[in-house]
Design a protein around this ligand. Structure first.
Ligand code: ADP
Length: 407
């Protein structure tokens, strides 16, 4: 126990002993100095005991700080993205998401073995102070997966490695860039044609009435194509802007189908006469946006007219369906669509045959618009097609509550 007494403690003990001796010499009585001496020694022993306890507590705190405790484990497990706690380059802790991504064995491994990614290994091999800039890791966990990795120093030789999944954000950004490039290309093609013909007209061809009329016709057609394209692009951005505002009007779908079929009667080389309507009497009213549902019908019936064989029927059906829904079907007996194209048909500017689509006045945006309209209406879209037999597009829409009107 005496080991714990510091030089300062021995000095205090000396002072107590000297004071006791002086008191004894002056007072000539040994009882008072003896009591003071005993009290001083007891105080000294108590002080040394407290010091030992303080030192033990400090040592325990240091130990706790050196070994990540269960509290840290619980805290990082609550984080949904992968997190690793490193000591030097050794993985001291891995949360649940990290164990799912790298495997259960990572704790205790060298981080370079645990992550197995060259860029990550280089970045993590040298501990750096502060917050080094994040790095991007491609192909970790899956070929197309992208992560942003941060490794921040958190004291001692420890670092917290945090991975953020950037796969969706990257895909969205790529889609946006591709869309701008495609839209510019689609607009530029008719524009280049218009500029070329106008220039030729201004030079020599303008003198010949026949050539002039022909070139002006082409300029007009190309300008119309640009107009359709700009119209579709604007529709698409309007529908996307309204994406989170669910439409709430009550729409008489039977009437809308009738109006659109009538409006299209003269379009696409008189194919209007091939359209037949099959609407169940008393079809429930649907909840929706009249302008958008009209556009959906225009695009679907228009496609059936464009890509169907002349003289073959185009069936437009509407009937109540289970779950308070209304089923709308547009079916044609055209050439059909090869199965490998079906999953991509609703992508912007995706066409099975670009030349054919353009020659028929298509923008490549019709089905993308349909998809967005259906999504905004919280409905479902299904495109089924058999080459040589035809295409059947089904749209499920929500019926308005218990309201019924006669078709
Ligand atoms: P487009 O303006 O080119 O018609 P859409 O987005 O409406 O664009 O359709 C995308 C592509 O899907 C079309 O280019 C066409 O190749 C194919 N397609 C759509 N509807 C039909 C159909 N009823 N029959 C055959 N092919 C179709």
């Amino acid at each position: 126990m005496l080991d714990g007494i510091t030089p300062r403690g021995w000095l205090a003990a000396g002072i107590v002993a000297v004071t006791a001796a002086v008191t004894w010499a002056l007072a000539g009585d040994w009882q008072v100095p003896l009591v003071a001496l005993a009290g001083g020694l007891v105080a000294l022993l108590a002080a040394s005991q407290m010091r030992e306890e303080r030192e033990a507590e400090a040592a325990a705190r240091a130990r706790d700080a050196a070994v990540p405790g269960p509290a840290i484990e619980v805290a990082i497990d609550a984080i949904l993205e992968p997190v690793l706690l490193l000591e030097g380059t050794r993985v001291a802790l891995a949360n649940r998401a990290a164990r799912t991504l790298f495997g259960d064995h990572v704790a205790g491994e060298d981080v370079r073995t645990a992550i197995r990614h060259p860029a990550a290994a280089t970045h993590l091999s040298q501990p750096r102070d502060g917050e080094p800039p994040p790095i991007e890791l491609v192909g970790l966990g899956g070929l197309n997966q992208r992560w942003e990795m941060r490794a921040n120093a958190i004291g001692g030789n420890r670092r917290l490695v945090h991975l953020l999944d950037r796969t969706d954000a990257h895909a969205a950004e790529k889609m946006r860039v591709d869309f701008v490039a495609n839209a510019s290309h689609e607009l530029r093609t008719p524009l280049a044609s218009i500029l070329g013909y106008v220039e030729t007209l201004a030079d020599e061809a303008g003198d010949d009435a026949e050539i002039r009329a022909r070139f002006l016709r082409i300029v007009f057609d190309e300008a119309q194509r640009m107009d359709r394209l700009v119209g579709d692009l604007m529709s698409l951005s309007r529908i996307e802007a309204d994406k989170f505002r669910q439409p709430s009007d009550s729409i008489d779908l039977a009437r809308l189908i009738h109006d659109v079929a009538t409006a299209l009667a003269g379009a696409h080389d008189g194919r209007g006469q091939d359209i037949s309507l099959h609407v169940t009497p008393g079809l429930p009213v649907v909840t929706g946006d009249a302008v958008q549902l009209s556009q959906l019908l225009h695009n679907l019936i228009g496609n059936a007219m464009k890509y169907g064989r002349p003289g073959t029927p185009i069936r437009v059906e509407a009937a109540p369906a289970a779950g308070n829904m209304v089923r709308l079907v547009v079916a044609d007996r055209g050439e059909g669509i090869p199965p490998e194209h079906l999953p991509r048909l609703t992508e912007r500017f995706y066409r099975v045959d670009a030349g054919r689509s353009r020659s028929l006045g298509g923008t490549g945006l019709g089905l993308a618009i349909v998809k967005h309209i259906v999504e905004r209406h919280r409905g479902r879209l299904d495109i089924a097609s058999t080459v040589g037999e035809g295409t059947r597009v089904t749209v499920m829409l929500r019926a308005a509550d218990a309201a019924v009107i006669s078709a």
